[in-house]
Ligand binder design. Sequence first.
Ligand code: DQA
Length: 147
Amino acid sequence: MSRTVFVLNGPNLNLLGKRQPEIYGAETLADVEAACRETAAGLGFDIRFHQSNREYEIIDWVHEAREVAAAIVINPAAFTHTSVAILDALKTFDGPIIEVHISNVHAREAFRHHSYVSAVASGVIAGFGTQGYTLALQRVARLIHAG
Ligand code: DQA
């Protein structure tokens, strides 16, 4: 059984810490990656952590995950609300998918209320700040052990 979990991040998340800190907080994506690595190590996971501003790269990582990963944690950022292509890629993945949003998208603009990705997610975490990522990894551990 694979112990690899892909943690995928969509557009503009490379600017975490600088971008609208009143919404997304002061932590950088490097801080999030470090927290994920620490949590993953405790859970016995090997993680692959990626960010891209390009839709096709996220799709390619989902395809790669099909071959090697037990689960995917994904914050698709703005692609959440627009990307049928990422949804279709995720539909080809057999393991658990956890969708993460740092902010509470439901308390924001109406266009953020719909997610294409939620249709294939085992669960969705929104509004827990960057802690949502480590909570998602803990959920993955539970889902994988139950399987
Ligand atoms: C986000 C919410 C999205 O609506 C937004 O486009 C993002 C980040 C979040 O983590 O809260 O870029 O996914």
